[in-house]
Design a protein around this ligand. Sequence first.
Ligand code: ADP
Length: 476
Amino acid sequence: MSVGKSDLRKALRSVRFTVWIYFAIFIVAILVLIWISFIATLETNYRSRKENDIELVSSRIITSAVNGSLTSRQIEDLAHEYDMCIILQDRYGLTIYSYDVTSNHCLIHGSSESDLRSYRQSADSAADGVYYAELLNPRYGDDTLLYVKSIGGRGAIRYLMINTSLEPLDSTVGVIRVQMIQITVAMLILGFGISIFLSRLISTPITRITKSAAKLGQGDYNVEFNGNGYTETEQLAETLNFASCEITKIDTMRRDLMANISHDLRTPLTMVKAYAEMIRDLSGDDPVKRDEHLGIIIEESDRLAALVNDILDLTKLENGGSELSLTDFDLSERINSIMARYSLLSERDGYKFYVSVPEGSMVTADPIKFDQVIYNLVNNAVNYSGESRDIYVTAVPVSDGMEIAVTDTGPGISKELLPLIFDRYYRAEKSKREVIGTGLGLSIVKQILIMHGFEFGVRSEENVGSTFWFRTKNRS
Ligand code: ADP
């Protein structure tokens, strides 16, 4: 029951139904307007035209009568032209002249003398001498307009009676009404059809996109959004295609990360377990061997800790759970103290670090996060420095801050991969396990630099090397 109700509610709120209902309302409103304006005004317009005609005929007859030029021909012509019966009477109510276009069918011809007398009296007693009335002609059942004018003066003609039928109006209205009903029905059917067609046309691409989105929701990332038809739906489809492409990318990266992380976690864990067992079974009593094995266990635990920290750091940065605490500090002091920790690497593994930072230059940043950026960039340079093992850390003043760059002379990064390396989980050398990494280092760098509002980027040439740079901004 409730399912049926919600289905009905959904159907009523659909684009299809909404378009249809508005269209239907529009058509009905137009029809109602036409009906009202036509039918309501037709009757009054027609009646006032008839009244004008009567006034005109009356004034012509009276003028001619006063001039003494009134002829029976003139009266007949006027009666024909305006479709009227005309009677002229003297002061005693005797008819001087009478003409009836309807061959004695009009109201005043059929009226009794007492009726005519009462009309005359009404005209006599009216201030302007005119008696006007809409009367029913009982013989034909049609409405008529009666005009009786009491003419003053001494002329022979005292009363002018004009009577005209309003029946032509009724028949016209009848014809129009039938036509209007036909037009209304035709417009409703046509409008119904057009609105259904229109609503289908509009809703089809939306329905198609919704179906594709449902597939995407079920994990089918190859789905193609097609908004063919309208600019808006095409834009929507384009946006969704872009989104699905991004989701696919992230999904692939996430899978890669799972593979990488599980591998990277398993390797040190296996080592820790193996060396712990070795200490228990073999080297426990041999202090030299035991220390060596414990050293390996500590090293592997550090790797594990670094991996877990990277994941936590990035999650925190991305979720906005990390606040910046900005401080002004001396750049050369900061970089030199970081680089001092790489002295073991340079002594033991032959890495050469060339640091060139102008002394006394101040920058504004969160020092701990700044260290993290430098560490990540230098670690990458170490990891990917190649045979030459030369690494340059430089800083030069730029317009409103310092440009800091970490350069290596390693294999470089191909043009296609350059836009991807700042993405989460991205690792170019998936199969190369000797370089321990999570694919998160540069994402952390990116997040930190974005938080600071620093510009950053990478220049790289294959087989020449890469330079990762960022620009600090002075406090404004
Ligand atoms: P990882 O932990 O894998 O180093 P990063 O986010 O730090 O993760 O780096 C992402 C990828 O970018 C690396 O896997 C590597 O392919 C590439 N990359 C980063 N730094 C360099 C570099 N200095 N030279 C060449 N490639 C690099």
